[in-house]
Design a protein around this ligand. Structure first.
Ligand code: N1C
Length: 270
């Protein structure tokens, strides 16, 4: 059985226009501004990527990116890895505030390919800019294959305390078919990882479907236990709730918070 993946909305579109300029530009930005001092050959990385995708004439074969990964070796410190599932938007506002966390998009490969779409053509040797296969064929989808291989590497490297952010407003917050549930969880090594810290966050106004003691999160905890991981689980972490209030201050559950801020401000200014 292969996982069926919920696709990005752009899955039916063709390769992102100007993909080469975007990827090579992001690579230079990463090694020059984001992480100065890293020595990578951005042109070579692009070449390895392009060759993997365009050499692949059949959509029935999984694209093998190992040469590109070989050109982008990267290690990261323990205690920083942040995994997520169905919380992408929130997770990136969270890491913007909690800066010690690292998601896959903070690694070079994740940074270069985030939000892009690509595929080769059956008969031609270039990218297909007019359409790419539907995400339903995801096991062989070139975008899915890259995230799968990147996610596998990311999980295998994780060490110390790691964190997982799950969405408590959907059922199956922990989904065995998701990238986290099918690839990353199995890639984690209990000898390298001290604690798995689960954070379940709901939308401010609900629905409140899953929590640390309810739904699929309980299954995740069971799997972690059986594999010998130590774990913690937190419902509605305060920082995550405040971040949601900043994005949507009119929500009624934010009013208490807003009132206490305005009270404090009036105390300061009066
Ligand atoms: O299937 P998911 O979530 O559980 O995958 C998320 C999980 C994270 O922990 C990441 O480390 O897998 C990693 N990852 C990405 O970082 C990533 N960035 C963009 C996996 N997928 C990623 N994408 C795209 O989002 C990709 O197209 C993939 O299929 C979706 C997964 O999102 P999800 O279902 O919310």
């Amino acid at each position: 059985m292969f996982p069926l993946c919920p696709g990005p909305p752009s899955a039916q579109l063709g390769t992102t226009p100007n993909i080469k300029h975007i990827v090579v530009g992001r690579c230079y930005n990463y090694i020059t501004v984001v992480n100065p001092g890293l020595r990578f050959d951005c042109e070579d990385i692009w070449r390895q990527f392009e060759e993997s995708v365009v050499r692949q004439s059949s959509f029935n074969v999984t694209v093998d990116y190992h040469r590109m990964f070989y050109a982008t070796p990267q290690t990261w410190p323990c205690d920083r890895c942040l995994f997520w599932s169905k919380t992408k938007r929130l997770v990136h506002s969270y890491t913007a505030v909690e800066r010690h966390f690292w998601t896959l998009e903070d690694t070079l490969v994740g940074y270069m390919f985030n939000d892009l779409v690509w595929c080769g053509q059956e008969e031609d040797s270039g990218f297909d800019f007019s359409s790419c296969p539907a995400w339903a064929a995801c096991r062989h989808h070139p975008v899915y294959s890259l995230w799968r291989q990147a996610s596998q590497n990311f999980a295998e490297m994780a060490c110390g305390n790691i964190t997982v952010l799950l969405n408590g407003s959907i059922s199956n917050a922990f989904n065995r078919k998701s990238m986290f549930g099918s690839v990353e969880l199995d890639g984690l090594d209990p000898r390298r990882v001290d604690y798995v810290n689960i954070k379940v966050v709901t939308d401010l106004e609900g629905p409140f479907i899953e929590s640390c003691s309810q739904g699929s999160v309980v299954d995740l905890i069971q799997i972690l236990r059986s594999r010998g991981f130590r774990w913690t689980c937190t419902d509605n972490d305060e920082t995550l709730m405040i971040l949601q209030c900043i994005q949507n201050p009119k929500q009624s559950s934010c009013q208490k918070c807003a009132n206490s801020f305005s009270l404090r401000r009036s105390l300061t200014f009066n």
